[in-house]
Ligand binder design. Structure first.
Ligand code: NAD
Length: 358
């Protein structure tokens, strides 16, 4: 018996979370759900989109699955999602991008894994507003150290990259490669321009790579990486990236396999793991039983593997793949035309997946 925190989220989150819960339960794995509401729907009653009880539950159970959460304007949080990853030190963001037959895409047989650093880089949230005294002080400090002249009206965002965080994310990528029999890790950076930050990342990645002689290692400059992925994605396997490049390339790779509807993800730390789709809360479809639940269901597949329920994970993924391949009981985004009247709803697609598991 496993206890898992279930955060339904907001917008279309509760609909896809319910579909996911049903699919996971249908595998027969014994899970007790610790349901924790969060997001804009609890803001009024609890004064925050992320009450402490939610983080406490994830810490206690060590495993959580979460629907998307809208980033509210003016809540004090830059993003609830970013805040959760940072506070729980979920330093590794794992996003497999895999082709499923039946999903319309320009590419076939893509099988890439993005490993994105989750805690630092430009996402650290250290920013200086244009025209403020602090910002002027910083501009003066930089000029006084001979580090360059910054226009006085500029805003500044800080990009911290540490050897520690770089080491643990690259190690995570290599460990994942070994555990999943993958052949190659590619570190992505812009060290030719950002010699200090990305330079440190690359140097650390090279050091770590020497500890794993059984896995091939190479590096790519991020702009070249984008072109390579569009032209010959089959040459790549696991990509390990600092936070910002990881965010951008996750969407690029989701695009290669046919879009956000089938892009699952996990945020993993030493103490806890939080499974969630790459996509957001798609608020315009809230309450319409319309959006594709597969990205969260496939995140559930990752969760089942994480808790040691490999056989259940394979059964569920096989059923998802079958329903997508057949193309009948699928949501609007998986039909040839977006207004196809034969598209089914979120709940019905989950029902078809459960049926396919037999
Ligand atoms: P989004 O991912 O919600 O939507 C982008 C596009 O994809 C929209 O056209 C949407 O309708 C479509 N889409 C998304 N999920 C889909 C699904 N499952 N099936 C079919 N179509 C789907 O991105 P956005 O509009 O930029 O963000 C909306 C909100 O979600 C924002 O407040 C954002 O901050 C938040 N967000 C949350 C997370 C998270 O919880 N981890 C991630 C990204 C964005």
């Amino acid at each position: 018996m496993h206890t898992v925190t279930l955060i339904p989220g907001d917008g279309t989150g509760p609909e896809i979370a319910e579909a996911t819960r049903r699919c996971i339960e249908a595998t027969g794995v014994d899970i007790e759900w610790d349901v924790q509401a969060a997001g804009i729907d609890v803001m009024e009653a609890e004064g925050t989109p992320l009450p402490d009880r939610v983080l406490e539950s994830v810490r206690k159970n060590g495993v959580a699955i979460k629907g998307p959460i809208t980033t509210p304007v003016g809540s004090g949080f830059r993003s609830v999602n970013v805040y959760m990853r940072k506070t729980l030190d979920l330093y590794s963001c794992l996003r497999p991008c895999k082709s499923y037959a039946g999903v319309r895409s320009r590419y076939e047989d893509i099988d890439l894994v993005i490993v994105r650093e989750n805690t630092e880089d430009l996402y650290a949230g250290i920013e200086f507003e244009a025209g403020k005294d602090d910002t002027q002080e910083l501009i003066d400090f930089i000029a006084a150290r001979g580090k360059g002249e910054i226009d006085r009206g500029s805003a500044i965002s800080i990009k911290p990259i540490s050897a520690e965080a770089s080491r643990r994310i690259v190690r995570y990528a290599f460990e994942y490669a070994r555990a999943n029999s993958r052949r190659k890790v590619t570190a992505v950076h812009k060290a030719n321009i950002m010699k200090m930050t990305d330079g440190l990342y690359l140097e650390t990645a090279r050091e770590v790579a020497r500890e794993y002689p059984d896995v091939k290692f190479e590096d790519r400059i991020v702009d070249n990486m984008c072109m390579q992925l569009v032209q010959k994605p089959e040459l790549y396997d696991i990509l390990v990236l600092p936070n910002l490049y990881g965010d951008i390339l996750s969407d690029l790779c989701a695009g290669l396999v046919g879009g956000l509807g089938v892009a699952p993800g996990a945020n993993i730390g030493d103490e806890a793991a939080l499974f969630e789709a790459t996509h957001g809360s798609a608020p315009k479809y809230k309450g319409q039983n319309k959006v594709n639940p597969c990205a969260l269901i496939l995140s559930g597949v990752m969760m089942l593997k994480h808790i040691g329920e490999e056989a259940a994970a394979v059964r569920l993924e096989t059923a998802v793949a079958q329903v997508i391949r057949e193309g009948k009981d699928v949501t609007y985004d998986l039909k040839p035309y977006r207004d196809d009247p034969t598209a089914v709803g979120t709940s019905e697609m989950a029902g078809a997946i459960i049926k396919a598991m037999g």
